[in-house]
Write a protein that binds this ligand. Structure first.
Ligand code: IVH
Length: 721
């Protein structure tokens, strides 16, 4: 509900017929747009409650003005959107994503990276599996004693939606596992997808029923699996390929291909194009063979996935961020299209960045209508991107230009190039604003003190006075992977912000109390009712207690994404510990500074951003006020609680012979240990290889436990698990 289309504040019986018709029309367009986002993009931008409010108003208009109920009315078409009130299921083993590559060289680099990590020679044999990357949605199905007990979507990777009843209607998903030696607990993961043929049939039925069409098989599969009524799911012939697993009580095999054989034996379909490859050349050969055959498969794929075959090696390689080091998705090239750049808009981001967005004449790329694309930054538009991407040297992008855009999978579409021959004679170079379009403050490009280079991003200097930044921060705060407050969509934040009801994160948690005392109560406003207000306040109450990693992420500290937030949570365990260290770390010579910068995965830029954030007095005030309202749960060390090194501080020194330094650090961190660079009173264990010097001496002096690599493996086990 954008501000301009928000329901008028007039109650319906005060409207003149002409006003009613105008509002009915505008609302109809808006609802149709939300249907499109839901059906075509599988990316709704408003909550169910907001959508329902729009529809209710639309229907109420027809109730009082029956002449509006024409055959074109949305009420005459069978219900569009399904609501999505599924229970949540926590994944015991997170559902991760895959690192992507496009070029053949990236496959070579992937394999080299693995060899380097393992410190293997270039010719040491290394086997991979290669299989199609199915363009559907992933599902995790849990079997206990061979019986299907739950099925959950990926969700945010940690928590998904409970779609058990729907999964049971999918033919390819066995209710009871077949064969022998079935593990007590077996979580099977794979992809739910629709064949081209079934997709076409579903859309035919949609059309006949006057319902919106799905843009592509993936959206149709998602829409079909996430149906509240399993009967509808049953009527849609979904398919399933198994390719991975979550929790498994006894592993039936010790290789990837062995696991695929086991999955087949238990009654699953596995992709018949899965091959074992023992060189980059073989991997690429299989990739190109699959690419050539792509159109004949009968279902959508968007690349090839390579996985290290040996599961022991997979264990050793572990994860970077949220993707395994042992796998790569080699994507097919992005699809391109030509269209016209009709305008350039500047969005102000959460950290004040002025982000240029291309407004395009709508064009279909790979089954999806694209009307916006990113233009990256000022230099990109000027065609002079120094360190980043650019289209062609010196070629700038102008409004009115015919442009080539691309879209790859879930990636935001990009403007790739300009067709210069079609440039209108009067097209002028674009002048990037030097002031923030939201608050009018100066927008500047900072010079990085370390590199002396000008930042590619121009930022608003308005800070807290900039309403765009404040709003974006609030939107980030309530977003799905942060506080995840249902009913607090982007539009609602805009609305509350404009009215001054919610300006800072802490205001969200005092809203109910202020509403109870207030004059202009939410319940009495147009578009709201007792129920929607009650639901909103219940959703807020439900988030008064929040996981530490979500809380850190929600703060919107520049450069702190979900991954860094999780690393910080795992390292510090409590918010207080993080806050104390971050404050003490403003002294670069302090131990706190060393502690912060040594956390695996936290680079100097991130550390600096954290220090800066906690230095700001207004952030401190916000935190105090917020912490008075919410309880931040300490990060339980559950996954690692049984590990003998959980919570301990470990230092590796000397040359390690059985693992690389990087591998050792990753393993220790996976087991819940902190890895430090120097020995101090806080050190619990020093693992010393040959040639260890001063650190070993220091350990002896402080009486710290010292062991060699064998001692380490004896303590933690070979796979670090
Ligand atoms: S393996 C730990 N294999 O791609 C990695 N994923 O970008 C587990 N996908 O969420 C995933 N085909 O939905 C794997 N053959 C395949 C796949 C595949 C499709 C999807 C999956 C995953 C996404 C990651």
């Amino acid at each position: 509900m954008s501000a301009k289309n928000a329901p008028s504040l007039k109650s319906i019986d005060e409207l003149t017929p002409r006003e009613a018709r105008a509002e009915h029309e505008a609302l109809g367009r808006e609802i149709a747009e939300h249907d499109r986002r839901y059906y075509e993009e599988d990316a709704p931008t408003i909550s169910d409650a907001e959508y329902d409010a729009l529809r209710k108003r639309y229907e109420a208009l027809e109730g009082l003005f029956p002449e509006l109920k024409t055959p074109e009315s949305l009420t005459q078409k069978v219900g569009a959107k399904v609501s999505e009130k599924f229970a949540k299921i926590r994944h015991r083993v997170p559902m991760l994503s895959l690192a992507n590559g496009f070029a053949d060289e990236e496959v070579e680099e992937f394999v080299e990276r693995i060899r380097r990590f393992l410190q293997w020679k270039a010719n040491a044999p290394l086997v991979f599996t290669a299989e199609p990357k199915i363009d559907g949605l992933s599902l995790s199905i849990r079997y206990e004693k061979g019986k299907l007990v739950t099925a959950a979507t990926r969700g945010d990777g940690t928590e998904g939606e409970d779609v058990t009843a729907n999964a049971r209607t999918v033919d390819d998903i066995p209710h009871v596992l077949k064969g022998s030696n079935i593990p007590d607990v077996f979580e099977v993961r794979g992809e739910v997808y629709l064949s081209h043929k079934d997709f076409a049939a579903i859309n035919e039925r949609q059309e006949a029923a006057g319902r919106p069409l799905f843009a592509n098989p993936r959206n149709a599969a998602a829409g079909s699996l996430r149906q509240l009524d399993p009967k509808i799911t049953a009527s849609r012939p979904l398919c399933f390929f198994a390719y991975a697993w979550g929790e498994v009580s006894e592993m039936p095999a010790n290789t990837q291909h062995g696991m695929m054989d086991a999955l087949k034996h238990f009654g699953f379909k596995v992709n018949p194009l899965t091959r074992r490859c023992s060189s980059v050349a073989e991997m690429l050969e299989h990739y190109h063979a699959i690419e050539t055959d792509r159109a004949n498969l009968g279902y959508d794929i968007d690349g090839v996935v390579y996985k290290v075959d040996d599961l022991n090696l997979q264990q050793r390689l572990g994860f970077v961020s949220r993707s395994p080091r042992w796998a790569l998705a080699h994507k097919f090239p992005a699809q391109k299209a030509v269209t016209v750049l009709e305008g350039i808009e500047i969005n102000v981001g959460r950290t004040g960045s002025l982000n240029p967005i291309a407004r395009l004449r709508p064009v279909t790329v790979g089954g999806v209508v694209v009307s916006n694309a990113t233009l990256h930054n000022e230099d990109y538009i000027k065609g002079i991107g120094g360190n980043g991407e650019k289209i062609r040297n010196g070629v700038d992008i102008r409004i009115g230009d015919t442009v080539i855009i691309n879209r790859a999978g879930d990636v935001i579409p990009k403007v790739l190039d300009v067709v210069l021959e079609k440039r209108p004679a009067d097209a002028k170079p674009y002048e990037f604003p030097t002031h923030c379009p939201a608050c009018g403050s100066h927008a500047v490009r900072e010079v990085n003190p370390r590199t002396g280079k000008e930042d590619a991003v121009r930022r608003c200097t308005g800070g807290l006075i900039c309403p765009a930044q404040a709003r974006e921060r609030l939107k980030h705060f309530v977003s799905r992977n942060a506080f995840d407050i249902e009913g607090m969509g982007e539009q609602r934040i805009d609305e509350f912000y404009e009215e001054g009801l919610v300006r800072r994160p802490q205001d969200i948690f005092t809203l109910a109390e202020r509403n109870a005392r207030g004059l202009k109560r939410l319940e009495n406003r147009e578009g709201w009712g007792e129920t929607s207000v009650r639901n909103l306040f219940a959703a807020i109450e439900a988030r008064r207690s929040i996981a530490l990693n979500r809380f850190i992420f929600a703060l919107g500290i520049p450069h702190i994404g979900e991954t860094s937030a999780r690393l910080l949570a795992r390292h510090f365990h409590t918010f207080e510990a993080l806050r104390e260290t971050a404050k003490a770390a403003s002294d670069p010579a302090s131990e706190a500074h060393a502690d912060l910068t040594f956390i695996g995965g936290i680079g100097p830029v991130v550390a600096e951003a954290i220090i800066e954030f906690f230095k700001e007095e207004h952030n401190e005030e916000m935190l105090d006020a917020l912490l008075a309202q919410v309880n931040v749960e300490p990060m339980e060390a559950s996954a690692t609680a049984n590990s003998p090194v959980a919570g301990k501080t470990v230092v590796f020194t000397g040359s390690l012979e059985q693992m690389t330094r990087e591998e050792a650090k990753a393993m220790a961190e996976r087991l819940g240990a902190k890895v430090a660079g120097s020995v101090s009173k806080k050190t619990d264990i020093v693992v010393a290889g040959p040639g260890a010097g001063s650190k070993l001496a220091k350990a002896a002096e402080l009486g710290v436990q010292v062991m060699d690599e064998d001692g380490w493996f004896a303590l933690v086990g070979r796979n670090g698990s």
